[in-house]
Ligand binder design. Structure first.
Ligand SMILES: [Zn+2]
Length: 177
């Protein structure tokens, strides 16, 4: 094991979690999976990540049970990556990290999240509570819209799909662009 690659001497559960999601790019791959990205090439174009790094991150996330690999095409064989229960449980972490980033490091808000099913137009609260109906909104009922900081004319097709409101986890269909 390369120096500093894990936290084997730590029994802390945060250290244990960081062994899985603490590498560079990993949480952004997970974030994109929440946004509906499932396919290798789609992660690639949206993240601008080196191919080998993406392959390694997808491998780790699959091995650790955060993502599940599903074959969607037989010839040539193509797989997609879908969040498992263990992966879905990362949503509050990602959400809190995003809010922390906005509070302390950037004013740019690229995404707005709101309750998809009650007709509200107001943003979810810090704990994903709906300001209108009071529900703590499950991730599958969260609607994502572009925020005031979103590029209205992005270069990559995944970002263009996300200019329209969509639910989290709903697969991104590039054909619809
Ligand atoms: Zn609501």
């Amino acid at each position: 094991m390369a120096l500093g690659k894990d936290y084997a001497s730590q029994e802390c559960s945060i250290a244990r979690a960081l062994e899985i999601v603490g590498e560079r790019w990993t949480l952004l791959v997970v974030r994109d999976a929440f946004y509906g990205v499932r396919r290798y090439n789609d992660f690639l174009v949206h993240l601008g990540i080196p191919r080998a790094v993406l392959a390694a991150r997808l491998q780790t996330l699959t091995t650790e049970g955060v993502l599940e690999k599903r074959r969607y095409q037989q010839s040539p064989p193509r797989d997609e990556y879908v969040l498992t229960e263990r992966g879905l449980a990362l949503w509050p972490t990602l959400r809190a990290l995003g809010l922390w980033g906005r509070d302390h490091f950037t004013d740019a808000q690229l995404r707005v999240f709101r309750h998809a099913t009650c007709g509200t137009e107001r943003e979810l609260g810090r704990y994903d509570e709906c300001p209108d109906c009071g529900t703590v909104v499950p991730v599958s009922d969260v609607e994502m819209l572009p925020g005031p900081g979103a590029d209205p004319n992005p270069a990559d097709p995944i970002s263009r799909v996300m200019l329209k409101p969509k639910r989290l986890l709903e697969p991104i269909e590039l054909e619809s662009v």
